[in-house]
Ligand binder design. Structure first.
Ligand code: HEC
Length: 166
């Protein structure tokens, strides 16, 4: 009986370890696919954090900005389920139902298999650090606006100090 319980415990430990390593493998595979799909090129602004978005793109309907696709729940895709994610990447439909502008090349990603899509999702949820960065020009929560305004004030203050002759 004791042995049976021990075997059960060992068995579940191995299972947990296996589950963990396959999750790691999935994240690694997702990282590879993200590199192959060059998601970083469009989803990173000049000098900005990887995948935090904000890269401006001129389009016939005006300038649009790439999205923050880090797992930050407020400004990124942290609240996206797998289904939300795959719909955005393969069909160009955002979580809120909006159609994405085809500057996001979803027609090219429509053929990505479920398996690869799951790996990509695992990578963006677990392999990418969350970065709180709202899209330029988007309405922010008041707290975010306040934080941005405070940053601007601080910058103005520093700029003014620098321009004061010694
Ligand atoms: C050629 C540039 C480009 C590439 C490459 C690209 N994206 Fe995008 N992506 C965009 C733009 C621009 C948007 C925003 C479109 C809009 O706002 O209508 C976007 C939007 C998204 C969204 C939707 C977020 C939301 O608001 O719902 C997701 C998810 C996404 N991209 C994931 C990816 C992934 C994953 C890859 C790589 C496999 C990738 N993108 C590659 C340009 C790109």
């Amino acid at each position: 009986m004791k042995n049976g319980i021990l075997a059960l415990i060992l068995g579940s430990l191995t299972f947990a370890a296996l589950a963990e390593s396959s999750q790691d493998d999935l994240v690694k595979r997702g990282e590879y696919l993200a590199r192959a799909g060059d998601c970083v090129a469009c989803h990173t602004s000049k000098g900005g954090a990887a995948f935090a978005g904000g890269l401006p793109m001129a389009t016939p309907i005006g300038t649009i900005y790439s999205t923050n696709i880090t797992p930050d729940p407020a400004t990124g895709i942290g609240a996206y389920s797998y289904d939300d994610f795959q719909k955005a990447v393969r069909q160009g439909v955002a979580k809120n139902g909006d159609t994405l502008y085809p500057a996001m090349p979803y027609p090219s990603y429509a053929v990505v298999s479920d398996e690869d899509m799951k790996a990509l999702y695992a990578y963006f949820m677990h392999g990418v650090a969350p970065v709180g960065q709202p899209k330029p020009g988007e309405r922010h929560s008041l707290a975010a606006v306040d934080a941005l305004a405070a940053g601007d004030l601080a910058r103005d203050f520093c700029a003014r100090r620098e321009s004061v002759p010694a």
